[in-house]
Design a protein around this ligand. Structure first.
Ligand SMILES: [Zn+2]
Length: 311
């Protein structure tokens, strides 16, 4: 980073932002014991409340991706859900849901029924006519980004074992229930137990037996390409845990630092990709270049952070 000034956020601030954004109370450890779960550590990226996979939905524009408009995603960018082939989602959301479905099947003996996935603009208009206040204004639905799904299989009942299972396990696969549909939550607005959203970059379990997909895993793979394994990886892991807890949506409330490496300002990362606000891989690539250019190695950056609180 240019200018030789203190460039990265202070120790505690990113965690405050995470609290505000995601209502962190604690990292759920219970799901680790769920059926079919190998020894995958629950990544601290997945920050949910003690009740399960709940997150604050930041709304339509925050979910935008790829330069597309809501409800106008090219079908080539979407993947059908294998057991509900008429329903489409963004391909990473479908992949994560497939893994989730494997765990769901193991516990309940059947597929997790999907009643609605991607909803193009015309279908949003039709849904608004049919459902009124329960449906989003056309052009703003989270279904229009291919990142939301409505489930049946009793997940559509707040008092069901299946709903509780989703609350306990969804986060492992990057699937969250928005606080606006969470009874008793201050954000509560609409009774939609069936509506769940995929939050890219948060899954800790992306295929059976594997532990890939979390932001730390992405970081470890990218660092290894530079030979930063072993103690260098440990330094990097500690550094970005301090900065952002590896949350690619982390904002610093007292500066414009943003993302996993807490780039200041976040837009500095644009040189590594126009998707710097939402793509953890872009942020990681920028951060590794920054560390290499300024400090040489993650352990040099960590040592500086230990002395000064920033890097
Ligand atoms: Zn929905």
């Amino acid at each position: 980073m240019n200018g030789g000034k203190a460039v990265v956020g202070a120790v505690a601030a990113p965690f405050v932002a995470v609290f505000v954004l995601l209502l962190v109370v604690t990292v759920v450890l219970g799901p680790r014991a769920a059926a079919g779960d190998p020894d995958c550590p629950v990544s601290a990226d997945v920050l949910v409340d003690a009740g399960g996979s709940t997150f604050v939905d930041k709304g339509g524009a925050a979910n935008a991706w790829g330069g597309y408009s809501n409800g106008r995603i090219p079908l080539s960018e979407l993947c059908a859900i294998p057991w509900a082939p008429r329903e489409l989602l963004r391909c990473d959301a479908t992949a994560a849901l497939e893994v989730l479905n494997g765990a769901f099947r193991a516990d309940f003996g059947g597929d997790l029924a999907v009643s609605d996935g991607y909803r193009d603009y015309d279908r949003q208009v039709a849904t608004k006519k049919a459902k009124g206040v329960l449906a989003a204004t056309p052009g703003t639905s989270n279904h229009g980004w291919g990142l939301a799904a409505d489930f049946a299989s009793n997940v559509n009942r707040y008092d069901s074992a299946q709903y509780r299972w989703m609350k306990a396990n969804g986060a492992r696969f990057g699937w969250f229930h928005p606080t606006w549909a969470e009874p008793g939550h201050p954000d509560y607005a609409k009774p939609e137990p069936w509506h769940w959203q995929f939050v890219p970059g948060t899954a800790t379990q992306t295929e059976p037996g594997a532990c890939l997909g979390g932001n730390r895993d992405l970081g470890a793979a990218a660092a290894a390409e530079r030979g930063w394994t072993g103690s260098q990886w440990t330094c990097l892991e500690q550094l970005w845990t301090r900065e952002s807890d590896w949350n690619h949506l982390a904002q610093n409330p007292t500066s414009s630092a943003y993302g996993i490496p807490q780039a200041l300002p976040g837009s500095k990362m644009a040189g590594h990709g126009a998707d710097w606000q939402t793509n953890p891989a872009t942020q990681i690539a920028w951060g590794l270049d920054y560390i290499a250019g300024r400090y040489g190695t993650p352990c040099e950056a960590w040592a500086h952070s230990e002395q000064t609180g920033w890097y």
